[in-house]
Design a protein around this ligand. Structure first.
Ligand code: PNS
Length: 161
């Protein structure tokens, strides 16, 4: 049974993340989407909100579960008896950081490998930060996130949540 962990901040989940989740869940027996609970960053959404949004958009995928984690990613991977980490690569600009992340993880946990999926070209420019910036200025984000997520973002910036 091949178990993978797809980690990230997911603040919030975009169609780019969603594409990687769908494709990796089709390859793996089980996929755990792991939401980083990072106290050094100030996210727009709390970790509980991010987990709940991910649960909602992945509810049609029976082999996907969503959890939060703090501390080292490789510790979470080992605790959950996963085999690999999944990461998406959008463009060459992602490469240096992703290489550093995967190499470091391999040094501290040699049994944990990372598999990279290249992002669907449609979403190669997309990031959570860009989506938040557009939403902050009242722009249309419907091409970037699920309608349910777009509503949550709009409500957040309107101060309703
Ligand atoms: O979506 P992101 O924010 O690019 O995801 C980054 C993430 C969560 C994969 C990375 O920050 C991470 O693994 N953090 C956990 C702490 C850790 O293990 N750090 C050591 C790896 S160099």
């Amino acid at each position: 049974m091949a178990v993978a962990v797809y980690p990230g901040s997911f603040d919030p989940v975009t169609y780019g993340h969603f594409d990687i989740i769908g494709r990796s869940s089709a390859i793996m027996d089980r996929l755990i989407v792991a939401v980083l609970n990072n106290s050094s960053k100030t996210p727009l959404f709390s970790v509980e909100e991010r987990v709940n949004m991910l649960i909602d958009v992945t509810k049609h995928l029976p082999n996907v579960e969503v959890r939060s984690f703090d501390g080292l990613l490789v510790d979470f991977v080992r605790k959950n008896h996963a085999d690999v980490i999944i990461r998406g690569l959008r463009a060459v600009t992602d490469f240096e950081y992703e290489l550093q992340l995967s190499q470091t993880n391999r040094v501290i946990a040699p049994q944990v490998d990372t598999i990279f999926l290249t992002t669907n070209l449609k979403y190669s420019y997309l990031s959570s930060s860009i989506v938040k910036e557009i939403a902050m200025y009242g722009g249309d984000i419907s091409a970037f996130v699920h309608p349910f997520i777009a509503e949550k973002i709009r409500a957040k910036f309107a101060g309703n949540q």
